[in-house]
Design a protein around this ligand. Structure first.
Ligand code: AHM
Ligand code: MG
Length: 301
């Protein structure tokens, strides 16, 4: 079944169905094409975080901005690549936040990369929480281009076909309560954090299988598709809140994860319950199988 048809049949509100079933998929098709045509060349510019941008980062961002502006559905947009939010149309129904090309430093080594999208009702998301999102999605640019989507009616996977349409491949992805796989991000923190080192050692001793690519999107996609696992990105002295962004990366992923039966936390608080205080706010994250996330909350000092 085609993505748009699936959303319509599931009773999704018409404009949200158009956004998630037509506009965002179109950006993903275009970004996928762009990745196929380019390597990891630098753009010569830096983003808000002082990180060197690739030409592809800039292009992917422009693709999403253009399509969202054309859609007529969007009040405001905010991108990991842009310092400020952009006001689009005062009568627009949604604010769309996105990381147009997550893990772009992995393009030149031909690893999978992705895009992440979160959708809030109305305007400014500052002061809201991830629970306010009405939909979220990520795209994986790997051997196949796929979209994993939620409109708060479960989490589902769709695959891009030759005709530039996405078709349902897995309905209602479920993440089990216990993990058999682990994806420990920012292991640098284990050099100074005894608690994180112990946690990772526990998983090694308990025979969990390591699956870590260095890209949050493929690493989490593994958890969604295998149906269990844990992804971690803690803070440490150099970056107390870690690296990943609440608005652009963690909230969309947390919504998709909860809709699949999993959980996510910053170590103390549910990611989706955290108040958004600034656009580029960072947060530690522990996300995946529910019991493992609970164990981490009890374990971390
Ligand atoms: P990016 O948005 O600049 O690409 O950074 C996000 C990525 C995630 O995909 C990944 O989990 C993380 O950075 C890995 O970071 P590091 O290797 O620096 O620890
Ligand atoms: Mg990112």
């Amino acid at each position: 079944m085609k993505l748009l048809e699936f959303l319509q049949k599931s009773g999704c509100e018409a404009n949200l169905a158009r956004l998630m079933g037509e506009i965002i998929p179109r950006t993903v098709v275009k970004i996928s094409d762009a990745i196929g045509k380019q390597g990891g060349e630098l753009a010569g510019s830096e983003n808000v975080y002082g990180e060197k941008q690739l030409a592809l980062d800039v292009q992917a961002n422009e693709i999403v901005v253009d399509e969202l502006k054309k859609s007529g559905l969007v009040e405001r947009l905010a991108s990991e690549e842009l310092e400020e939010a952009v006001a689009v149309k005062s009568s627009g129904q949604f604010t769309v936040v996105f990381d147009p090309l997550d893990g772009s430093s992995l393009v030149d080594v031909n690893f999978a990369v992705g895009s992440i999208f979160g959708v809030y009702p109305g305007g400014n998301p500052i002061g809201k929480t991830g629970d306010d999102q009405v939909a979220a999605a990520f795209a994986v640019y790997g051997p196949h281009t796929t979209l994993v989507i939620t409109t708060k009616k479960g989490t589902h996977e769709f695959r891009l076909a030759d005709n530039e349409e996405f078709y349902l491949t897995r309905e209602n992805l479920r993440v089990a309560e216990d993990s058999k796989h682990f994806a420990p991000g920012n292991l640098r923190a284990a050099a100074e954090r005894e608690d994180y080192l112990k946690l990772v050692n526990e998983w090694i001793k308990n025979g969990l299988t390591l699956r870590y690519s260095g890209g949050m999107v493929p690493d989490l996609n593994h958890i969604f598709l295998k149906g269990n696992g844990i992804f971690t990105y803690p803070g440490y002295s150099k970056a107390p809140d870690g690296k990943l962004r609440l608005l652009f990366e963690c909230n969309p992923m947390a919504l998709l994860m909860e809709q699949a039966g999993g959980a996510s936390s910053d170590g103390k608080t549910r990611i989706l319950a955290k108040k958004i205080t600034e656009l580029h706010q960072r947060t530690p994250i522990y996300i995946g199988s529910k019991k493992t996330v609970e164990q981490i909350e009890n374990y971390l000092s």
